[in-house]
Structure formats: C-alpha cells, structure tokens
Ligand binder design. Structure first.
Ligand code: HEM
Length: 141
C-alpha cells in the first residue's frame, strides 16, 4: 500500500514538474517573461506543486533514518528535490511581498528559473535512488 502511495506521489511530482518545465522552457530560452496560455498553465501547475511538495516531503521522510537497504542516491535526490522546490517557491513568494526592488525581483525570477530546472536532475536522482532502494529491499521481485 505504502509503495503504491510512493509511486502515485512520484508520478504526480514528475507530471507537475514536466508541465512547469514545458510551460516555462520556451520563455527561458528566448530570455522572455512568461505570458498568455503558458503563464496560465504554469500558474495552475505551480499551485499543485506548492500544495503537493509538503505532502511528498512528509511522506518520504520515513526513508530518512537510513536503513541498510536505503540507497544514498534516494536520500540525496530527496533532499535535492526539496531544496530546489523550496527555492523555486520561496523566490516567487518573495516577489509577492513588498520587500524586493524591481531589480531584485528580476534576480529572484532568474534564481526561480534555475532552481526550477534543477528539479529535473534532482528528481532523476530520486527516481534512480528509489528504484535502487526497492531492489535492495526486495532482491527477488
Ligand atoms: C519545476 C518548476 C518550475 C520551473 C522550471 C519554473 C520556471 C520558470 C521560468 C523559467 C520562468 C520565467 C522567469 C523569468 O521571467 O525570468 C517562470 C516564471 C514564473 N513562475 Fe515558475 N517555474 C517553476 C515553478 C513555479 C512555481 C512552483 C511557482 C509558484 C509558486 C511559479 C511561479 C511563476 C511565476 C508567477 C512566473 C511569472 C513571473 C513573471 O514573468 O512575471 N513557478 N517560471
């Protein structure tokens, strides 16, 4: 049962990050800001990530007191995914507060994009690590 919840959460994470990357990649390549349909879909998916990342963080927390069978790649991937996700979200929230100047907001959005794209290698590590952990715990399945 827990394994299935893990799989559903991972699938949801991959799908939502894929949507966020696909909607922002063209603008990032052209060094443009997001607008129109891409911004609309980006914002819809971002809400899912903001709500879903804490659920994922809490659910995968049980792997942290690393057992002999837990792959260190999974732990590294978990921490990297959370760190990149957190920076991606916090940078946008900082832009919403009356604290940053226009120039600082541009810098924050640049960090936002980089941190967001860092979620790709982080999730790849997490997926490889999760598979390694599963193989170590169930060597014959
Ligand atoms: C994998 C995750 C994500 C990636 C790769 C990503 C990437 C990007 C990129 C490259 C931009 C254009 C930056 C610029 O204008 O210089 C952008 C804009 C934006 N992102 Fe994300 N993002 C992600 C997640 C999120 C999340 C979780 C939120 C909300 C909390 C969010 C909110 C926004 C907003 C509001 C903009 C528009 C800023 C503007 O141009 O006015 N994004 N994103």
């Amino acid at each position: 049962m827990l394994v299935w919840i893990d799989r559903i959460l991972l699938l949801a994470l991959v799908m939502v990050v894929a949507v966020l990357v696909f909607t922002s990649w063209p603008a990032a390549m052209d060094e443009q800001t997001l607008d129109g349909q891409a911004l609309l879909v980006h914002m819809m998916a971002s809400g899912v990530l903001v709500m879903g990342l804490p659920v994922f963080a809490l659910f995968f927390l049980r792997y942290l007191p690393a057992k002999r069978t837990t792959s260190w790649l999974q732990i590294l991937g978990y921490i990297a995914t959370l760190a990149a996700g957190l920076v991606t979200i916090v940078t946008v929230f900082l832009c919403m507060l009356p604290v940053a100047s226009t120039h600082q907001m541009h810098s924050l959005m640049s960090v936002h994009g980089w941190a967001g794209f860092m979620m790709i290698p982080a999730i790849v590590l997490l997926l490889i690590g999760t598979r390694a952990t599963r193989s170590a715990s169930h060597p014959h399945s």
